[in-house]
Each structure stands twice: as C-alpha cells, then as structure tokens.
Design a protein around this ligand. Structure first.
Ligand code: PDD
Length: 279
C-alpha cells in the first residue's frame, strides 16, 4: 500500500509524522474524502473546492491548486490499483514547537493522502436500510469547516456502535443538525424531501448538494428547513448522505420504525439517481 506524504509516494509503513505536528497536538488541520467508483473520483471538483474553503477559513495556505491535487490523487489511486473505495486527504498547519498561536515564519503544511479499497456500491445496509440513534450535538460553532477535530463525532459514532446501529444523528435545540459523518434527510408526511439549510451549524455536504440537484431535476418537492426530532420519528422515509455512504436509507430512529420499516421509494430513487450520476 502506497500513501502520499509531503511530496512523496511512500510505502504505508514508512510514512511518519513528527510528534510536534499541529494536527496531532491541536487537531489543527482540514481533511476531505472523495469516493472512487469505476476507478474515477466522484464529484471531486466540489470536494477540492470545499477543501480550499476550509483551509482558507482557518488560515492554512492550500499547498496545491485543484489540478495539482487531482494529479496527485489520480496517481495515488493508480499506484494502489483502487477501482472502488475512498481517497482521504489531510492538510495540517505543520510541525512547530507547541504553542497555541500559529507558528511564526514559513512553516510548511503537512500534506497526506491515502486510499481505501472497499465496496461502496454493494453495501448490504443499502438493501435493508440502516438503524440509527439520535445524540446531543456536542460540537463547536463552525461545523461548516471540515476540521480534523472530530472528537464529538467519534463519541457519537461510538454511542451508535454500542447501540448496535449504523449512524448517530446529532441534535441541537430539538432539531437534527446532521449525522456524525453524513447529512440527514427525511421525506415528510406531505411527501416533501426535507434537509437542513446550510449554515455554520453543519457541513455543506457535497453529496447533499448533488442529491438536491437531482431531486430538483426529478421534480420532487424540496424544503430546506430544520428537522425536529419528533418529525423525523413520524417521517415517511429517512436517509443520510455522504461520500462514503452515498444515499443510505434509514428504517429506524431511536427504536421507532420509519415508514414501512424498509427503504422507501423516494430514498431508493435518490440512491439510484445519485449512483447513475456518479458513474
Ligand atoms: N464525512 N456531515 C459530516 C459531519 C460529515 O463528516 C460528512 C462527511 C458529511 C457528508 O459530506 P459529503 O457528502 O461531502 O461527504 C456531512 C466524511 C465522509 C468522513 O468524515 O469520512
């Protein structure tokens, strides 16, 4: 397995980062995840645009333009022979003596990428639908930045794992913000596709944007508004989206059955449309 670290393609076992890396000390960094399908990167331009924006928001210089990133990603994918899976990218503020404020001088960011070969299309959970729980959203106020500071999401996903379910939807003031690593959608009693509007309260999901565009093209009714947990329990359908899950049906929230307890027709349609558009 070959990974990318600071300008070099190296064997996984040889890739090392110093203990003073600010990603390690402060979670002072940004990441992105793009899917690979049929050997091609899915919606990659949008992921790279979000990477650039996230880096800008915390004042880390983007080490590459989009074309430069894509060249490196493509080479890494080819070197690892991955036809289906994920490519993970991370940039931290670099290595410096521990001090909360940014290091002085021109400290080079640490740039790292790896691939994961795995089946994203033939996910058995997409057939049965996922069971999920809700948890309190414990995060900071700039969730629009794709930061590697993921402790609240780690704890949320662990709660889900301990409950034997696939995902946790995080809740603030009685409404769903988003999944621990996904965007939340429901199909309301009125058969309207509902997802939370973009703000600093959640990550602007790339899959979310694609699904909304495809839903619009399919003439579905769409509302971008808050999803009260009580409404999610009563929804006709529910699903979550991400680069790694695509469109994942939800059939149970906090032990309450959603709809008929199997993936609903609008959810299945959105998954099919998304996969078709991604290929
Ligand atoms: N997570 N919200 C959060 C908090 C996320 O971490 C993610 C993605 C999403 C979905 O965004 P997108 O559709 O752009 O993948 C929403 C990635 C996959 C991860 O952390 O592995």
């Amino acid at each position: 397995r070959i990974v990318y670290l600071n300008g070099e393609f190296v064997p996984f076992e040889q890739a090392r980062v110093p203990i003073m890396d600010r990603g390690f000390l402060f979670a002072d960094g940004i990441y992105e995840v793009s899917a690979i399908l049929d050997g091609k990167l899915v919606d990659n331009a949008a992921h790279l645009a979000r990477l650039d924006r996230s880096l800008g928001e915390i004042g880390i210089r983007n080490p590459h333009d989009a074309a430069g990133w894509e060249r490196l990603q493509t080479e890494l994918v080819a070197r690892n022979g991955v036809t289906e899976g994920l490519v993970y990218m991370q940039v931290t503020r670099g290595v410096a003596e521990r001090d909360f404020a940014f290091p002085k001088g021109d400290v080079a960011p640490t740039v790292m990428m790896f691939t994961q070969a795995k089946s994203v299309l033939a996910n058995p959970l997409a057939e049965t639908g996922a069971r999920i729980i809700t948890v309190e959203d414990l995060r900071w106020k700039r969730r629009d930045i794709k930061s590697v500071a993921l402790l609240a999401q780690v704890l949320a996903k662990q709660q889900a794992a301990e409950a034997g379910v696939a995902e946790a939807w995080m809740v603030e003031d009685g409404a769903v913000t988003e999944g621990s690593s996904s965007t939340a959608f429901i199909v309301s009693r009125e058969r309207v596709l509902v997802t939370r509007p973009l703000s600093t309260a959640l990550l602007p999901g790339i899959t979310r944007a694609a699904v909304l565009r495809l839903a619009q093209e399919a003439d579905l009714r769409i509302e971008e508004r808050l999803i009260p947990v009580a409404e999610a329990y009563e929804a006709q359908e529910a699903f979550y989206t991400s680069a790694s899950a695509f469109v994942m049906p939800v059939v149970e929230i906090d032990n309450r059955t959603i709809g008929e307890g199997r993936p609903g027709p609008i959810t299945r349609r959105m998954r099919a449309l998304y996969i078709e558009a991604a290929r």
